[in-house]
Write a protein that binds this ligand. Structure first.
Ligand code: ATP
Length: 198
């Protein structure tokens, strides 16, 4: 069975994430994509972040209609700074017979060499990397050591220049976020008055 871990802040989840997950699912014949929101991203320590329960709930709403998509509380329950290698280790124990993948966008691949224990990550799973507008995948690949590059499987996804920070900014300033994220996520944001503060 092919299973992918898709980590991120998901503050909030949007169609860029969902298309990447869906196209990765097709490309690697994934039985399951696990969306795993970080408790705290190592790159955003000290930055404001929406409480985990809201980010989880928006993910549940956004993924509910896709039988291959699942939301995991692994990193939220573990708490503290969320390191992918710790999550992968848990998944290896949970799914000893599975082939594991990690889904990420080109911007995340650019930073990949600064992640904790990259060699161990690349040993544990293949990297499914979706192209993100304004990021040069070929240049990023060229900078990686061979052992890591060999583990990368590019995913030719529909380019979507959607960013969570733009959604937050639009909500805060009262502009429309329609067609950037699913309607039930927008409803949730409005109901809970999220993203009102800068
Ligand atoms: P922010 O704007 O707050 O930085 P984000 O939109 O980049 O957030 P994250 O939760 O940080 O979202 O991203 C999680 C993962 O999804 C990362 O691997 C990132 O590269 C990928 N990703 C996010 N948005 C897109 C997109 N529009 N296209 C392709 N990949 C994306």
């Amino acid at each position: 069975m092919h299973i992918a871990l898709f980590g991120g802040t998901f503050d909030p989840v949007h169609y860029g994430h969902l298309r990447l997950a869906e196209e990765a699912r097709e490309a690697a014949a994934l039985a399951r994509v696990l969306f795993v929101p970080a408790a705290v991203s190592p790159f955003r320590v000290g930055e404001p972040i929406t409480p985990a329960q809201h980010r989880l709930q928006m993910l549940r709403l956004a993924t509910a209609d896709n039988p291959a998509f699942e939301v995991s509380e692994l990193e939220i329950e573990r708490g503290g700074v969320s390191y992918t290698i710790d999550t992968l280790t848990t998944l290896q124990q949970q799914y000893p017979d599975a082939t594991l993948y990690l889904i990420l966008g080109t911007d995340a691949l650019q930073d990949f060499m600064s992640w904790r224990r990259v060699d161990a990550i690349a040993q544990a799973c293949q990297l499914l990397v979706g192209v993100r507008p304004n990021y040069d995948l070929q240049a990023t690949l060229a900078q990686l050591p061979d052992a890591i590059r060999q583990r990368v499987q590019p995913v030719a996804m529909t380019p979507l220049g959607i960013r969570a920070r733009d959604i937050r900014e639009r909500v805060r300033t009262g502009r429309s976020v329609r067609y950037l994220t699913p309607p039930n996520v927008i409803e949730y944001i409005q109901q809970h008055r999220l993203y009102q503060e800068p």
